[in-house]
Write a protein that binds this ligand. Structure first.
Ligand code: GDP
Ligand code: IMO
Ligand code: MG
Length: 428
């Protein structure tokens, strides 16, 4: 069976890009199926660093076909910017990149709405979105009336549809923008701009669902590259502090059109600790020097927005939940080297909520907000591990830490990463 899936099991930035790049070698097709340019996936190979946003991380291998399916939301200008950036660095980005005509298109009003609406979620803390218009575009997709898909840009009805939507959005955004200045959107200008962008994108646009059906029938090896992390899933994450797509394993079929029975191997990617960018509860967060130490050692600043990421200890309650949710078979533990200078390391094994110990991840954000982590403490290794390439060569304390994580999560750890470079990887 052909399908391997890479899913982040925390709140994003687990180093999925590095794992996808490593696995690309053994696959023929790499697929992005949800999210959009809110993702920032880093690949470091042969001394070069690439930051992929919407384009699958497999693009660095010219032998591989990259596919962006209908579950993704596309900003044509930023996609073309990414294509141009890669092409100027000598990365092949032509017929090896196919984009679905079903993908929904991000327009300037989505970005304006994202900025105006991300003030507070449920009357409290802001979500802290990436301000790329992701949520508003998905909202219009589900609402249907004001949505435009990539395939619509090539149809006669595009201009009339755009004019109708812009008239509505100008009224809606003016109402939202009370107190701040809002420059009305100009349908004619947007039509010209998007028509030009669509013409440039045309060679890439097609029916990715049909393409993937044929690929499955031909037993091709397909790698599905999840964006964000399972705890940011719109239905199963820490709502409302989530993204607007199914970023856990459950989103692969709906986003790509490939039935679940073809997805035979799910690799869950986790950091050796936890990070989160944006708002929302984070029980194991360290708001102290230790948190800053992890941020500095792990270079924990957003790939897309450069925002400092919040850092804390590994949360086994949250990841046990997200690993089950995503049907994970095996685990890749990333950034293990970041913990190398610690005297001791903590793992959250339960929460205390209103005086009761629980090991089940709460379904309501208010319970997660008051959850106090219950920790197990293990010794650190205090040795540089960035040059280690075999599990057997890791310090005993590092091996014991990985074993403990595997026991808590009930899944084998088959990959460990000890540095950003492709070569700094331990495979079982
Ligand atoms: P993604 O969104 O899940 O692909 O992750 P990001 O690219 O946003 O963030 C992961 C960061 O960690 C990137 O800067 C990677 O280059 C870096 N990285 C990946 N693996 C390791 C590792 O094992 N150790 C260290 N120190 N950095 C790593
Ligand atoms: P990758 O694929 C980390 C977070 C944002 C915010 C919330 C909603 O690189 O792991 P959105 O713009 O999606 O409406 O923002 O989700 N977020 C991410 N955090 N990594 C990401 O992607 C993220 N994509 C979105 O910070 O809290
Ligand atoms: Mg990222």
């Amino acid at each position: 069976m052909p399908g391997t899936c890479v899913i982040g099991l925390q709140w994003g930035d687990e180093a999925k890009g590095k794992i996808v790049d490593l696995l690309t070698e053994q696959h023929e097709i790499v697929v992005r199926y949800q999210g959009g340019a809110n993702a920032g996936h880093t690949v470091v190979a042969h001394g070069q660093t690439y930051k992929l946003s919407l384009i699958p991380s497999g693009i660095l291998n010219p032998r591989v076909q990259c596919v962006v399916t209908g579950g993704v939301v596309v900003n044509p200008a930023s996609l073309l910017g990414e294509i141009d950036g890669l092409t100027s660095r000598g990365v092949k980005c032509d017929q090896n990149l196919l984009i679905s005509d079903r993908a929904h298109v991000i327009f300037p009003w989505h970005i304006a709405e994202d900025k105006l609406l991300d003030k507070d979620a449920s009357g409290g803390e802001a979500i802290g979105t990436t301000l790329r218009g992701i949520g508003p575009c998905y909202r219009d997709k589900v609402g249907r009336t004001y949505a435009i898909r990539l395939g619509d840009l090539y149809r006669d009805g595009f201009r009339a549809k755009l004019e109708h939507i812009v008239a509505h959005k100008n009224t809606a955004i003016a109402a939202l923008a009370t107190g701040s200045t809002f420059e009305a959107l100009d349908a004619a200008q947007i039509f010209d701009e998007y028509s030009k962008l669509a013409a440039r994108l045309k060679p890439h646009v097609g029916d990715t669902t049909a393409y993937l059906f044929d690929a499955v029938d031909a037993q091709k090896k397909i790698l599905f590259e999840g964006a964000q992390g399972a705890l940011l899933d719109i239905d199963h994450g820490t709502f409302p502090y989530v993204t607007s797509s199914n970023s856990s394993g459950v989103g692969i079929s709906s986003g790509s059109g490939v039935p679940a029975r073809h997805l035979d191997q799910v690799i869950g990617v986790i950091k050796a600790y936890t990070s989160r960018v944006g708002g929302g509860p984070f029980p194991t967060e360290l708001n102290d020097d230790l948190g800053q130490h992890i941020r500095d050692r792990g270079n924990e600043y957003g790939t897309v927005t450069r925002r400092p990421r919040r850092c804390g200890w590994f949360d086994a309650v949250a990841v046990r939940y997200s690993a089950r949710l995503s049907g994970v078979h095996k685990l890749a533990v990333m950034l293990l080297d970041v913990l190398s200078e610690m005297d001791e390391i903590k793992i959250c094994t339960a929460y205390e909520i209103n005086g009761r110990q629980v090991t089940q991840f709460p379904s309501h954000v208010d319970d997660l907000r008051i959850a106090k982590p219950v920790y197990e403490t293990v010794p650190g290794w205090k040795t540089d591990i960035t040059g280690v390439r075999k599990f057997a060569d890791l310090p005993a304390a590092a091996r014991a830490y990985l074993d403990r994580l595997g026991q808590h999560l009930g899944r084998p750890i088959e990959i460990a990463s000890v540095g950003p470079d492709r070569a700094q990887t331990i495979l079982s």
